[in-house]
Design a protein around this ligand. Structure first.
Ligand SMILES: Cc1cc2nc3c(=O)[nH]c(=O)nc-3n(C[C@H](O)[C@H](O)[C@H](O)COP(=O)(O)OP(=O)(O)OC[C@H]3O[C@@H](n4cnc5c(N)ncnc54)[C@H](O)[C@@H]3O)c2cc1C
Length: 510
């Protein structure tokens, strides 16, 4: 049997696997992506990038190609159909990007090819074993079975993950109690109540299930008459997931949501889904890690799953690269689990809340209307928007409390361009108005790019150290005293060691 060797095997070429592979390849890690399908399916479950994912794409220069496949933007998000404003977050992307999942995968696979790595299609992971030295994967291809030896293996193989099952990790959560479907439908005629132009995805959603029970909407797909129908009838009984969605079901759902008048020309693609909600207890077991839907599944409410997976990958990529290249500080790779498990748990929690059944019982309707009222209050709206967009993600980082510490660096317009451009190489970034901090970071210049600036616009800081994934891990607050500077300097040294490892031998630094 043929055996090949590689640094990292990524299983699955969905958005999570592709994002992770591009991050590893960018760092110079040898990576291969195994994909069991012989060709891309071309199907798109997800239709959007949340604002934080758009920012993450900016950090790697991926927004320009993304625009080629996008159908535009939606000015806001939604929480269970209630509009959310993304304004006021110091962002260049206060909106969702309307791009089908297949477009996102195309953008990422093109980038992967530019970086010299590729997806091996028609390669299905069958099994693996691991020991202290590495992982051996058994793979089925059209030419027979082969073996790959790797230092690490990452399961990005979706909700039914073979890697997760083989690991045997606990996957606690709740079983399906709601049975919904999605269908891409070409219409010859539509009920008058269907909105054809959306400012927000929430415009597409029939309000309060039109008072007849059931929730969902029709989202235009960028071609005249073509819409994505999503329909959830909380009274529907258990369905076989493999049972095809019939034209009669589609017609009945459209009538329930928007009234009579639809003429269906063709159902191009349809699939059933449920509110099964589960998350693995451990994202890492030895040399095997899980990311994306392989680590967590939930009701697709609010358009968050793809975004969660891409951001899992962004968190994991630079840490795994450092580990493989022998420059990771102790414990760095384990922060992937400690940082991303709570973020995933929060999405599971909010999607459960969003899938509260909207049935005609007066109590449920009253609660739903009350939440609608509350969501209009600016503070409540901001809270929900921060959660769904990914803007409010904050990792636990040592240091005195500061609004920036542990959170995303907002994209700043600097004299030489956008701050996000500085992250394209996938390294750490130190921005400082004080040359002393830059001097201190010189022994890390192989891992951290330092830039001196006359000021840091719109930040209450004299300097910030930012990880390759765009999260701030050290801050020198603005207008500090000389003793603060000594303290800041000590903390900067600590942060560089914690996130980037030991300094280079200073004699080697020019
Ligand atoms: C109806 C619906 C609508 C949705 N809408 C949205 C939305 O609007 N916004 C949003 O953000 N999210 C949405 N989601 C969720 C989103 O689609 C998923 O979260 C996303 O696909 C997860 O990406 P992934 O890469 O982790 O997994 P996947 O996309 O499932 O990719 C896994 C890949 O692994 C491959 N694979 C599986 N097993 C093996 C194996 N043994 N060997 C090799 N390859 C293997 C598969 O073929 C697949 O290509 C929606 C989901 C559903 C069901």
């Amino acid at each position: 049997m043929e055996t090949s060797k590689i640094d990292v095997v990524v299983v699955g070429s969905g958005p999570t696997g592709l994002m992770l592979a591009t991050e590893l390849a960018l760092a110079g890690v040898e990576v291969v992506v195994l994909e069991r399908l012989a060709e891309p399916s071309g199907q798109s479950k997800a239709l959007n990038l949340q604002p934080r994912t758009a920012e993450v794409f900016d950090l790697r220069g991926l927004m320009e190609p993304t625009r080629e496949y996008a159908h535009g933007t939606w000015g806001s998000g939604h929480f269970g159909g209630r509009p959310l404003s993304y304004e006021g977050w110091q962002t260049r992307h206060p909106y969702q990007v309307n791009i089908p999942q297949a477009g996102v995968e195309r953008v990422l696979e093109d980038r992967l090819a530019e970086l010299g790595a590729r997806v091996r299609r028609g390669h299905e992971l069958l099994d693996f074993t691991q020991n202290d030295a590495g992982v051996t994967a058994a793979v089925r291809t059209t030419a027979g079975e082969s073996r790959i030896e790797a230092r690490y293996l990452v399961g990005c193989d979706g909700g039914r993950s073979a890697v997760r099952k083989r690991l045997g990790v606990a996957f606690p959560g709740t079983d399906a109690s709601q049975f919904a479907f999605v269908a891409d439908v070409a219409f010859d005629a539509l009920p008058a109540a269907v909105p054809t132009r959306l400012r927000s995805v929430s415009d597409a959603i029939a309000k309060e299930g039109n008072g007849k029970g059931g929730a969902g909407g029709l989202i235009p797909l960028g071609e005249p008459g073509l819409f994505r129908l999503i329909f959830n009838d909380p009274r529907a009984g258990q369905r076989d997931q493999a049972e095809p969605v019939s034209t009669a079901e589609v017609a009945a759902a459209v009538e329930r949501l928007f009234g009579a008048g639809a003429v269906i020309a063709e159902i191009r693609w349809a699939s059933r889904f449920t509110n099964v909600t589960r998350q693995v207890e451990h994202y890492r077991v030895g040399r095997v890690l899980l990311a994306g839907d392989a680590a967590h599944v939930h009701f697709p409410a609010g358009g968050q799953g793809l975004n969660l997976g891409v951001q899992d990958a962004m968190n994991l990529g630079w840490k795994l690269a450092a580990e493989v290249q022998g420059r990771a500080p102790a414990g760095l790779l384990d922060t992937y689990h400690s940082e991303r498990h709570p973020v995933g748990a929060r999405v599971l929690h909010n999607t459960r809340a969003q899938s509260m059944p909207v049935d005609p019982a007066p109590e449920t309707v009253a609660m739903s209307q009350l939440i609608t009222e509350l969501a209009k209050l600016p503070e409540a709206n901001r809270h929900l928007a921060g959660m769904v967009s990914g803007f409010d993600i904050r990792y636990e980082v040592d240091g005195p409390d500061h609004p920036l510490l542990g959170g995303r660096l907002p994209d700043l317009e600097l004299p030489l361009g956008w701050a996000s451009d500085l992250f394209h190489p996938g390294r750490g970034v130190l921005l400082s108005t004080d040359p002393r901090y830059l001097e201190l970071a010189r022994p890390w210049s192989d891992r951290v790019d330092a830039t001196t600036l006359p000021e840091l616009p719109d930040l209450t800081a004299d300097a910030v150290l930012v990880r390759p994934d765009g999260y701030v891990c050290w801050v020198a607050p603005a207008d500090g005293s000389p003793s603060d500077t000594t303290d800041n300097t000590k903390r900067l040294d600590g942060a560089l060691r914690t996130w980037f490892g030991r300094p280079q031998d200073t004699a080697q630094v020019d």
